[in-house]
Structures are given as structure tokens and as C-alpha cells.
Design a protein around this ligand. Sequence first.
Ligand code: GLU
Length: 305
Amino acid sequence: MKRLLDSIVENNKKWTREGNVASYIPELSKVDREHIGICVSTLDGEEYCSGNSELKFTIQSISKIITLMLAIIDNGKKYVFSRVGMEPTEAAFNSIINLEAKNPQKPINPMINAGAIATVSMIAGNDGKETFNRILKFTRKISGNPEININEAVYKSEKETGNRNRALAYFMKSTGVLKGDVEEILDVYFKQCSMEVTCGDLARIGSMLANDGVLPWNGQRVVPRDVARIVKTIMVTCGMYDASGEFAVHIGVPAKSGVGGGILACVTRRMGIGVVGPSLDEKGNSIAGMKVLEELSKEMDLSIF
Ligand code: GLU
């Protein structure tokens, strides 16, 4: 396995030169685009890594699957999906158009920014601080890494410049989707996006999902089976922004990407996968990361379709 990962990383290094690193969050533009890394975490607890797998990067939108799990655990699926939809969209992750044009009362899915901000507003906590601490604690638990923390510089940068997300949130406040203090909810969202992870962390979260909600390394159930199933399904239909269809055709596994360059993927009953490559295509997905996953999927026949 290690040899296979080494050769896949080598074959796909060239892709790190394509595309651009995210710059709309100024701090993200400082990352090195040359990086490429992968970790695979199998259900028997083995971990195989290659390339810049030690690199720390911010989780960004991959955190949306974590907050979706917590929101459903806290409120039940019926309530969560009464307030946020589950349909894919062809609009960009930070688009406001569907909110106004389709259904002002219900963001279209929990993987776009509007839906994710609505989802995080449903997570229990007496205030934003407590809510975020629950998210951080849960992330540490499902990744088996008690050291995960936020990258303060990215958090500040995102908070200072996150006016598009502010617009989405205030729009949703005006239509009654968001209950509670908008700035406090946004602060939790900015913090969850700024959590710093490695490919290994993503691979282990993926392996928990691949194992239907049970941590493979100690047998502890951390997510109900039904919640793991829902999250994986939404990852297939909405996880790769408006490129989810193409990703399903070429790679064919549940996955979630983030503008930090990471992608978390999982193959039920087989493995979790974390990849990183900070340079993104115009839809916000890591170019090298997708190429690495495509080759791995072909080599190991991972597609679920
Ligand atoms: N923090 C980013 C934003 O809200 C997350 C976007 C992403 O990773 O897709 O714009």
C-alpha cells in the first residue's frame, strides 16, 4: 500500500502547478501550492501515508460534515432537514442565488455555506463559545487527535473578510432561517473552518464513517449508524460543490473538499482517505487531490457504483 501511495503522489505532483490557492481569505494565499499528501486509514487500524502528509492545513468546508453530524445528533434528522434541504445545487458554495430565488426559508443543502451556517446554528450550546468547544471536542474525538486546534491567523483573516458569509447569514436572519445572534453563529462557523488538520486526521474521520460511525482503533461508537449513512449520502451528492456529479463519475466515493486544499473521502467497510493539495480549480476543489484520488480509486477499484 505504501508503495502504491508513493507512486501515486509522484505521478501527480505535476498537478500542483495547475490552478490557484484560495486568496479570498487573505491568509490562505500564503500556503505553499507545491504540497501534495495522502493518508489512508484502514478499518483494521493501519495507516499508510505519502508525500507531505504531515502538513497542517485548515479544514474549511470539510468541517461541514462534522457540524452536520453534531446537529443531527443534537436535534434529530427530521428537525435538521426541516430547516435545511438535501438537494444538490449547480450554484457555487458561497452563492446567495438559491436562497433568494428558490426557497428563502430553507438553504438548499448543508454543504454550501448558507446551509452550513444554518446547520451550525442548530448545534447545542449556551453560547458560541460552548458550541464551538463541543465541535472542537467532537472533531478531536472522531479524528483520534486530541491536539487539533484552530489556526488563529486564518480565523482572524476569515472573520475580517468574511462579508459574503455575513451577507448569507443576515439574509437568513431576515427570513427566519437563523435564530439567535448572527455574529455569534458566524464566529462559530469561522472557527470551525479554521481548525487545523493533517491528511491523517481526515483519513481517520473517514475511516470512522467507513466503519458506520464506530472508531476503528478502539471500537467506540461515536456517531449513530443512521447519521453516518446520511452524511455519506450527502457527501456523494453535494460534497464536492458543483462538481459532485463529475467526481462521482471519475472517483465514485463519498467525499468532502475544503478551500484549504484538503479532501476527506471514505469507502464503506474499507478505508478513510485524507488528501491535500492547496491549489484549487475554479470550483474550489484541490486539483492534485482529485487526481490522486482518481488514480487510487482506479488502482484499488474503490468506486461504489
Ligand atoms: N471558510 C470558507 C468560507 O466560508 C469555507 C469554504 C470552503 O471551504 O468551501 O468561505
